[in-house]
Design a protein around this ligand. Structure first.
Ligand SMILES: Cc1ncc(COP(=O)(O)O)c(C=O)c1O
Length: 387
């Protein structure tokens, strides 16, 4: 079949593929511990569920404007103004079908063939694919020895073709939270070279130990005119299946994303917009409860991995740990490691190769403590056999 060159090279999301394989094996009766999941195992906040049901029952479920309902954009602008300590107007916000959709809309609106996008590694796989779909070149910047973003290497990677820096704090897959100093350094680089910053803040609310994940616009307000924030309901509100997110930035860019989406996808889901609006407007108590549970699980998982002598960046947020397993890998790298682990122990992890850093594997702790203990026991057995 002749397919467009645009889609020929697109890989299927590794995490989704692994998840699908795990479900297949589970359907055959294998007892798996699936730590490849990228979604909270909590229900959506009550206020969001109620708002969704009320909207359906009301019958008022027509198309909204392509940029989203005026009330939803206003709620997002209010929320951003309060949480990012800098004012946002509703016309600086576009509601999207998800954070993923917001990211692709922004990337397609900002870059074109010949442009380069700087991506500090490790990074979520969809960034790289979305940049390629837009015809631009992802410039993957390896991390420091401790798997943190290497800002000196980032600076060294800038060329006259650089157009955009993509950051994600807390990070998927490390959970690393960028410090205000790091954000200011990135902001300075962006100003110096007239780059855009695309800040994926989808895990912003899920931080631990009193840490706060700042937006670049908070740490360095001078870059607000060259920063686009992407956020959504999937992680903080455990609303992955609602498929709703947003982008916020300068109005001209927001208008461009809106034009693009008006032709490609049309207005975002009306029911999910109502649910997001309700969640943003009422600060649901479930978010803090979920964070407290995640923090406990994180401690449990980290303690177990450290007991095995594995090192990793301290996950200050999100719900992942990304230990270095380089001493345990054979020539097949992290892919082979994860395949063997699945076959022998029924434990599903995501290989670091999916994030551009092959020496690591990603654990998700979005599951109850009993399953985390079981995962650790299986992992320990697997590692002992390798050693
Ligand atoms: C870093 C990052 N950004 C964005 C998303 C996508 O979020 P959404 O469900 O809103 O598309 C994910 C989901 O895994 C993610 O890990």
């Amino acid at each position: 079949m002749h397919l467009s060159r645009r889609v020929q090279g697109i890989s299927f999301s590794v995490t989704l593929a692994l998840d699908a394989r795990a479900k297949e094996l589970a359907a055959q009766g294998r007892d798996l511990v699936n730590m490849a999941v990228g979604e909270p195992d909590f229900p959506a906040p009550r206020v969001a569920r109620r708002a969704a049901i009320a909207r359906i029952e009301s019958g008022d479920v027509r198309y909204t404007a392509a940029a989203g309902a005026a009330s939803t954009r206003a709620a997002i602008a209010r929320h951003l103004s309060e949480t990012r300590a800098t004012p946002y107007r509703p016309d600086e916000v576009v509601v999207c079908h998800s954070a993923k959709h917001a990211l692709s809309g922004v990337i397609l609106s900002l870059v074109e063939p010949g442009d380069q996008v700087l991506v500090p590694l490790p990074a979520w796989v969809s960034y790289v694919e979305q940049i390629r779909i837009a015809g631009a070149e992802p410039v993957l910047v390896p991390p420091t020895a401790g798997c943190r973003p290497d800002l000196a290497a980032l600076r060294a990677a800038v060329t006259p073709r650089s157009r955009l820096i993509l950051i994600n704090s807390p990070s998927n897959p490390t959970g690393y939270v960028l410090s205000p100093e790091e954000l200011r350094a990135i902001a300075a680089l962006a100003r110096e070279h007239e780059l855009w910053i695309l800040s994926d803040e989808i895990y912003r609310r899920l931080t631990y130990d009193g840490r706060e994940a700042l937006s670049p616009v908070t740490a360095a307000p001078v870059v607000k005119d060259r920063t686009v924030i992407v956020d959504g309901a999937s992680k903080a509100f455990a609303m992955t299946g609602y498929r709703i997110g947003y982008a916020a930035g300068p109005r001209e860019l927001v208008d461009a994303v809106t034009r693009l989406h008006s032709q490609m996808t049309g207005a975002p889901n009306t029911v999910s917009q109502a649910a997001l609006e309700a969640a943003l407007s009422s600060e649901p108590p479930e978010v803090a409860e979920m964070c407290a549970v995640f923090a406990q699980r994180r401690d449990l998982l980290m303690a177990g991995l450290r007991e095995l002598g594995l090192e990793m960046p301290e996950p200050g947020g999100a719900f992942y740990a990304f230990p270095d397993v380089s001493a345990l890998l054979d020539e097949r790298g992290s892919d082979g490691f994860c395949e063997d682990l699945l076959e022998r122990e029924g434990l599903v992890l995501v290989p670091g190769s999916a994030f551009g850093v092959d020496q690591h594997v990603r654990f998700s702790y979005a599951m109850e403590e009993g399953r985390i203990r079981e995962a650790l026991a299986r992992f320990e057995r697997f590692v002992a056999a390798l050693r």
